[in-house]
Design a binder for this molecule. Structure first.
Ligand SMILES: Nc1ncnc2c1ncn2[C@@H]1O[C@H](COP(=O)(O)OP(=O)(O)OP(=O)(O)O)[C@@H](O)[C@H]1O
Length: 817
């Protein structure tokens, strides 16, 4: 039975082995046949005949992955691009935001490796480069879902992750999704990184990857890639720059742009509008918008990280009644991922973000995209606005907030076929919690500091913008902006001052095209002597110019059609924003509900800078104390007078602000004199101690004499008493006799008291050296120090007779001993 069982098991195993082996071979052969069939179909693909993904010659694994994720009907860009990509052509793909470009390149990627029967041993076959970590992560997730049935290994290589972890696995990856910086790092440092077998290079958001920000990194990456490869470039705002294409060695790429003839470049169901407001109204409008859209998913774009951080921190403290999130580049990677996922997941939520989130990110069901600051250019506008109304039937709304002088961008938007309408804000719905903001800032110093940074960084971002027709920092009412952020005193704008100084120093005529800058230069030159020492000159210089510019603007406003803030009685309460219907001549500003609006004519608050300037003008030396004698003569404070030549020279020059290097040098020089002063002080102290000690000794000697005289007149004469040296033996110690020791010991407490008062160091009162005595073999009891003291103490108080009697009794006792 056993044998039979074993036989049958063996047979079974054999059978199993045979079964395993046979279908594999069969499977492999089937696969080869399928691949051949598919490849033969590639040339016959006609985009116009494609209705479903099944119409493409795709592998069963890819089709299954697509079906599982409900991708049945391909979008326009997918219909047109997938065919060419399968044929192995280089592609320049341009299509509206949210039109499905990701699948348009991921499907050919999977099919290419599948047809080449790519395995782990073949190494990196595809590189997908994305400008941001979040986008790379999103592509990685999509690939994991759609490529679920394939056996390729996919690696996400982005900054902020464990480099060691990535490094070890690099040689096992078939598809790498990466950001440019991290990829180059691996190329440079990782011996396991090898892309000699690269088949396809994909650049998502290609125009961004190839722009100035990534130029050197991308050039270095491209240099390391094999030239024989397929290249796929995708973006909603595709580059057609010959230079860019040459960098990638693309000579004849296939340009795929299904929406080129479309009426609009933005998604069909994206409703776009803009409002024009003053800079100090922005925060109030934003707050009111959020309060009026608590049940919506809102994405708000701002120019800088600091603004995002400040607005997020502030609004969190103001508690609008909806979840708030913030996403910006300086956040820790883990937090970025968490926020990204949270915003994807939630439905009633507000996300404040920088342009980090403007490209490619596919947040589901975003209702509103607010662009709180004017976008850098039309492309940035398109990408930001495209975070809503995504997918096949996606709907959404976009709102752009512009300052009056930024309205020029609307012409550019319309020129690029972006349908955008001007709307107005219902002033009755605008609630600017100005007082609350100010109170919060005074309570939370860190919030105030964030506000200050937000203020400066926003101005810096405007200043650095290329398009000077639209972005002009000189036209921004900085005081009003600071106030709107809750800052009573506007922070200094150092970069602007430096720029102005440089312009003045270089006599920069190029900057003179802007009349404000020209005026600034003139003013700075005129005030050169007086202002050079002032650390706040940017405020003093800019303000009058801003005023003059403002009056110009006011004049212009008479000709420009004015904003109309509707307050129609029959208007829907829910309509916070209204479509602009009429133009009126009078420029109105929205009324703030709970706070009276601060009048622009209101006297400016006296800033610390202004006070300091006044003091400096009066040539009063601040932070100095002058002491006088009772007669009214100035007491020279030796410690405060400057000794070194460098310091004296600096004080004469009296340069405004702090020159760290010079201050360092001055302190070092002064330090030398301080050390000498200190040494002298110590010497004097020692001298004084010695002098006091001498005096004390003298006094002690004097006291002994006195005692002697006293003993003669008042105290008992004990000279007849036996010599204690004879009884106790002579002490060799420096301190003299044993009794001397105890005498000294008893005196020590008095000395200590004295030393405390006189400040003499206790080093002069060493404890008695008992050891010496013990060495001599004298028993401790025989020393009887207290008794001696007693005699002394008592003897002072006894009469002559009593003293004699006491002495006798002691003698007798001693004799007994
Ligand atoms: N064929 C399809 N059928 C249904 N949904 C699709 C299809 N293709 C893509 N989508 C969905 O459309 C949304 C947008 O796709 P994707 O992110 O690829 O757009 P995009 O063109 O890359 O946008 P952007 O220009 O902003 O990067 C995604 O949610 C995606 O799942």
């Amino acid at each position: 039975m056993k044998e039979n069982k074993e036989k049958s098991l063996k047979n079974g195993n054999k059978h199993k082995k045979f079964q395993l082996y046979k279908p594999r071979k069969k499977k492999s052969a089937e696969e080869d046949a399928a691949i051949q069939y598919l490849q033969a179909q590639y040339e016959k693909i006609l985009p116009e005949e494609i209705k479903t993904f099944k119409d493409f010659p795709l592998s069963q694994k890819t089709l299954k992955g697509l079906k599982e994720n409900n991708f049945i009907l391909p979008t326009e860009i997918q219909k047109q691009a997938i065919g060419y990509a399968l044929q192995g052509k280089d592609i320049l793909g341009a299509a509206k935001t949210g039109s499905g470009k990701t699948l348009a390149f991921l499907i050919p990627v999977l099919e290419n490796l599948f047809c080449k029967k790519w395995t782990r041993l073949d190494g990196v076959g595809v590189l997908v480069i994305s400008p941001t970590r979040e986008l790379a992560y999103q592509i990685y997730e999509t690939l994991r879902k759609v490529g679920h049935f394939h056996d390729f290994s996919v690696g996400l290589i982005i900054g902020g992750q464990n480099l060691k972890f990535e490094r070890k696995r690099m040689d096992q990856m078939n598809i790498l999704i990466c950001t440019p910086g991290r990829l180059l790092q691996h190329m440079d440092e990782n011996p396991l990184f090898n892309c000699n077998n690269l088949q396809i290079l994909v650049l998502d958001e290609a125009d961004r990857c190839l722009d100035m920000g990534f130029e050197t990194t991308m050039n270095a990456i491209i240099e390391n890639l094999p030239p024989e490869r397929q290249t796929l470039l995708f973006s909603a705002t595709q580059t057609k720059s010959v230079k860019d294409l040459a960098r990638l060695s693309l000579s004849y790429p296939t340009y795929v742009a299904p929406h080129e003839q479309a009426e609009t470049v933005t998604p069909e169901f994206l409703q776009q509008s803009y409002i024009v407001c003053e800079i100090d109204e922005k925060l109030g409008i934003l707050w009111s918008f959020i309060k009026n859209h608590l049940k919506q998913k809102v994405l708000i774009f701002m120019a800088t990280c600091k603004q995002v951080k400040y607005t997020y921190d502030l609004f969190c403290k103001l508690r609008p009644g909806v979840s708030l999130l913030a996403l910006y580049g300086t956040l820790h990677q883990e937090k970025r991922e968490k926020i990204y996922n949270e915003f994807c997941r939630k439905s009633n939520v507000v996300l404040f973000a920088t342009d980090l989130a403007s490209r490619g990110l596919d947040f589901p069901r975003v209702n509103w995209v607010i662009q709180m600051d004017c976008p850098e250019d039309v492309d940035t506008y398109i990408h930001r606005a495209g975070r809503t109304a995504r997918g096949v039937f996606g709907k959404g709304e976009g709102l752009l907030m512009l300052l009056p002088h930024e309205e020029k961008i609307i012409e550019q938007l319309k020129h690029r076929k972006i349908p955008i309408n001007k709307i107005s804000v219902d002033p009755s719905k605008v609630i600017a919690p100005q007082r609350k903001i100010e109170a919060l800032l005074s309570d939370h110093i860190e919030l105030k500091q964030t506000a200050q940074r937000a203020f400066v960084n926003y101005l810096k971002s405007v200043f650095l913008m290329k398009n000077k027709d639209i972005f002009n920092v000189q036209l921004i009412d900085t005081d009003a902006y600071a106030r709107s952020l809750g800052l009573i005193v506007p922070p200094r704008i150092r970069f602007l001052r430096k720029y102005q100084k440089n312009n003045v120093a270089m006599g920069n005529e190029g900057a003179g095209t802007d009349d404000v800058v020209e005026k600034l230069r003139e003013t700075a030159e005129a005030n050169k002597d007086s202002d050079e020492s002032s650390s706040d000159e940017e405020e003093t210089n800019i303000e009058p110019l801003l005023e003059s510019k403002k009056t110009k603007l006011q004049k212009n406003k008479i000709q420009i059609p004015k904003l109309n803030f509707h307050n129609e009685e029959d208007s829907d309460d829910g309509d916070f924003l209204q479509i602009k219907k009429t133009n009126v001549d009078v420029h109105e500003t929205p009324q703030v509900e709970d706070e009276p609006k601060i009048s622009k004519k209101k006297a400016k608050p006296l800033t610390k800078a202004a006070v300091a300037k006044k003091i400096l003008k009066k040539k009063i030396k601040v932070n100095t104390t002058v002491k006088f004698t009772e007669e009214g003569e100035v007491i020279q404070d030796d410690q405060r007078t400057l000794k070194s030549d460098v310091a004296k020279q600096l004080s004469i020059e009296n340069i405004g602000g702090i020159d760290i290097e010079k201050a360092k040098e001055m302190l070092q020089e002064e330090d030398k004199f301080d050390k000498i002063r200190f040494r002298e002080k110590v010497k004097a102290k020692h001298k004084e101690q010695k002098r006091k000690l001498k005096n004390k000794k003298k006094e002690e000697d004097g006291e002994k004499d006195e005692f002697g005289s006293l003993s003669e007149s008042e105290g008992p004469d004990l000279s007849w008493l036996p010599d204690p040296d004879k009884i106790y033996g002579k002490n060799d110690s420096d301190d003299g006799s044993l009794s001397d020791n105890y005498e000294r010991n008893s005196m020590q407490s008095e000395d200590n008291q004295e030393s405390e008062e006189s400040g003499v160091d206790q080093v002069y009162h060493r404890p008695p050296k008992r050891k010496l005595i013990e060495n001599r073999g004298i028993p401790q009891e025989s020393v009887a120090p207290r008794k001696v003291k007693k005699i002394e103490d008592i003897s002072c108080k006894l009469s002559v007779q009593e003293a004699e009697a006491l002495a006798m009794s002691l003698l007798q006792k001693n004799n007994k001993v």
